[in-house]
Design a protein around this ligand. Structure first.
Ligand code: SF4
Ligand code: SF4
Length: 81
């Protein structure tokens, strides 16, 4: 999963781009629900939020490293619901 750092300027550009609805406005900055973020696997070749963020504040979450297979399995779980 990806994460949003405190560099976020709350511009709201990323939220509508997420195919999994994983991004929302948090108390202070935007946040990604790691259980919903597939790093866009299953939908796009590149993480869409990273493509649009004007301040590049959406890195990989070091606490939530997942293989492509794990991300694809998450995508399939989310698609089934
Ligand atoms: Fe959503 Fe893709 Fe960004 Fe994850 S990488 S938060 S799935 S847009
Ligand atoms: Fe924050 Fe970047 Fe999303 Fe804008 S695009 S709300 S700066 S994470």
């Amino acid at each position: 999963a990806l994460m949003i750092t405190d560099e976020c300027i709350n511009c709201d550009v990323c939220e509508p781009e997420c195919p999994n609805g994983a991004i929302s406005a948090g108390d202070e900055i935007y946040v990604i629900d790691p259980d919903l973020c597939t790093e866009c696997v299953g939908h796009y070749d590149e993480p869409q939020c990273q493509q649009v963020c004007p301040v590049d504040c959406i890195p990989l979450d070091p606490e939530r490293r997942e293989s492509r297979d794990e991300l694809m399995a998450k995508y399939e779980r989310l698609s089934a619901t």
